[in-house]
Design a protein around this ligand. Structure first.
Ligand code: GTP
Ligand code: MG
Ligand code: ZN
Length: 318
């Protein structure tokens, strides 16, 4: 039975790309998957053709990883996009996106776009520290097409999720690397007949080589740190990792503890002080959620309290 990847799904109709030929077909799901939401974009499936141009999805392979907002499965890489200018980047927000990306364990690509709007010094100022930490950084401009080849090289295989604040150029970057976007959207619309309602759904866009896929998403901006254990937080800062094993206390949170080698590295300039300050802010947030979790009444009213906590933390974050 042929195998494919779900590219898009709207109201029980799916677009599936055959893993072997790269051809896309329209398909419906077998009874057991009919319930909305039981198939994800990104799912790897077995299907059968029932007519010349209509398939039926018979089986779904186990998912490697699921992203829930929006629902996408089997992601390989997270690409975080910020603009060098207009809108100006914000180091705290970059670190927050990086933190969420780190918790997934996926490969991370950091892209600074709108290179045409700034000089060399401005690029170095932000790209330098992140490269030093060890992140893969690519500088792009969709106006001059700078960085296009390097970027394509990095994303040529697997599924890449684009994430980043509004207005940084995510859609422009997708257009730059996938010039066929509009054509593909047109094809999908014809096949499943509901094209105009698809824009808010997650959708995989295939690169010209049909081996790499992109998903546009507003990303993690509204996520809370409620799933991160305070003690695990420092592990998501690759620049802290060389130091913690030398802290005096095994449960060191690198906050006020004596003989903390992370704090020591900060004072010697081996860890950037703003990275450490952001860590402390995230730590506070993670600790607040941990306290909430341990409060008994939190269990019964998990949702309401989360909502409440979210509105309070907005105020603190600015
Ligand atoms: N100067 C310059 N402008 C760019 C570049 N890339 C994108 N833009 C412009 O920035 C604006 C926002 O680009 P989008 O691609 O819509 O940004 P986005 O990240 O998709 O935004 P959302 O969809 O709101 O999340 C548009 O006016 C683009 O023309 C670039 O490299 N240089
Ligand atoms: Mg966009
Ligand atoms: Zn420590």
């Amino acid at each position: 039975m042929p195998e494919g990847r779900v590219i898009q799904g709207v109201g029980g109709f799916y677009e599936v790309m055959d893993l072997h030929s790269g051809q896309t077909i329209a398909a419906v799901a077998r009874g057991k998957f009919k319930r909305m939401g039981s198939l994800y974009v990104g799912d790897l499936v077995r299907y059968e053709m029932v007519t010349a141009d209509q398939g039926v999805i018979e089986e779904v392979f186990p998912r490697r990883i699921e992203l829930l907002r929006p629902t996408v499965s089997n992601i390989d890489r997270i690409m975080i996009v910020f603009a060098l200018k207009n809108p100006d980047y914000n180091l705290f927000l970059i670190d927050r996106f990086l933190l969420f990306a780190e918790t997934t364990g996926l490969e991370i690509l950091l892209v600074f776009n709108k290179r045409d709007l700034v000089g060399e010094a401005a690029v170095k100022k932000v790209a330098g520290p992140y490269r030093e930490i060890g992140y893969k950084v690519i500088i792009t401009s969709t106006k001059t097409r700078q960085g296009k080849r390097l970027l394509l090289q990095e994303i040529k295989e697997g599924v890449t999720v684009l994430s980043g604040p509004s207005g940084v150029g995510k859609s422009a970057i997708m257009n730059m690397v996938c010039p066929s976007i509009t054509r593909e959207t047109g094809e999908v619309s014809k096949k499943i007949g509901r094209g105009r309602h698809t824009t808010r759904q997650a959708k995989l866009l295939s690169l010209p080589n049909k081996a790499g896929f992109l998903v546009d998403t507003p990303g993690f901006t509204q996520l809370d740190l409620d799933f991160i254990e305070p003690l695990e937080l420092a592990g998501f800062f690759p620049d802290f990792r060389p130091y913690f094993s030398a802290c005096r206390f095994p449960g060191c949170l690198h906050k006020k503890e004596p003989d903390c080698s992370v704090k020591d590295a900060v004072s010697k300039g081996q860890i950037l002080s703003w990275r450490y300050e952001h860590y402390l802010t995230f730590l506070e947030e993670a600790e607040r959620f941990k306290r909430l979790r341990t409060e008994q009444k939190y269990r019964g009213r998990k949702k309401e309290l989360k909502q409440d906590e979210r509105s309070r933390s907005w105020g603190l974050r600015t």
